[in-house]
Design a protein around this ligand. Structure first.
Ligand code: MG
Length: 249
């Protein structure tokens, strides 16, 4: 069931989203060659608790940290570790959610460590732009397929692979709500978008090929190709005045 939110509820969700955005920014700023993913997670965890919120991912389905941190061929759900060191030229995807006053926010960003290749710079720029194209398509009266199509058509025009096995989702009163929000689709198809929906749009875009698998740790999703993948996410509200990005500082 899709839960539509009132204006007041969206204001409350926005508070959780702002803290998620602050924590994500803190994590992104902590990325540099030599840092461990454990340290990045610590910075994020501290930021959330300092803002009187709770890390939404910690304990979710048994996940052991505040943030998912995924490097290079890791697409999503990487587990922070004291033994995982970020190297020069890596790309680091950080995904973080916060719970504030019972409401949820969720966002993600991929950043390069030190100097990264032009190939990876383009992957990051295209994936980030596809998120904004998806958001732009999230207009009242449009359909879910319009969002997915906007992301997919742009990314595939660069020869990239759009991950199918994981998708965006409703977000606000729970971390993961209905509907699913795929990063692929057909224009004019799927559920009609209505004012009061709050959704997380999160393109996961592979340098080559769409297929992924889950590693033996039962969490980390990696590309079949072994090639890098990028991930950007915002939680937004669909309103009569257009989409509003809630995960903003
Ligand atoms: Mg999400």
């Amino acid at each position: 069931m899709i839960v539509l939110k009132t204006k007041n509820e969206i204001t409350e969700i926005q508070k959780a989203c702002r803290i998620s955005a602050l924590a994500l920014k803190a994590g992104v700023d902590a990325v540099r060659p030599g840092v461990t993913t454990w340290e990045i997670n610590r910075v994020i965890h501290d930021c959330i608790t300092k803002n009187n919120a709770k890390p939404a991912f910690l304990g979710y389905g048994g996940f052991p940290a505040a943030a998912c941190i995924s490097i290079n061929e890791e697409v999503i759900h990487g587990i922070p570790s004291k033994h995982r060191v970020v190297n020069e030229g890596d790309i680091v995807s950080i995904d973080v959610g916060a719970i504030y006053n019972g409401y949820y926010g969720d966002n993600a960003f991929t950043v390069g460590a030190g100097e990264i290749s032009d190939e990876l710079k383009q992957l990051l720029a295209v994936t980030e732009k596809s998120l904004y194209l998806g958001i732009e398509a999230a207009q009242t009266g449009n359909r879910l397929g319009d969002i997915g199509n906007a992301v997919q058509s742009y990314c595939e025009s660069f020869g990239y692979g759009v991950v199918r096995d994981f998708v965006g989702h409703g977000c606000g009163k729970q971390l993961h709500e209905s509907p699913e929000v795929p990063n692929y689709g057909t224009k004019g198809r799927g559920l009609r978008l209505t004012s009061g929906m709050t959704i997380a749009i999160e393109p996961m875009i592979n340098l080559k090929g769409a297929s992924v698998y889950v590693k033996d740790d039962k969490w980390t999703v990696v590309t079949d190709s072994g090639l890098p993948s990028a991930h950007f996410e915002h939680t937004i509200a669909i309103t009569d005045n257009g989409p509003v990005i809630l995960t903003k500082i």
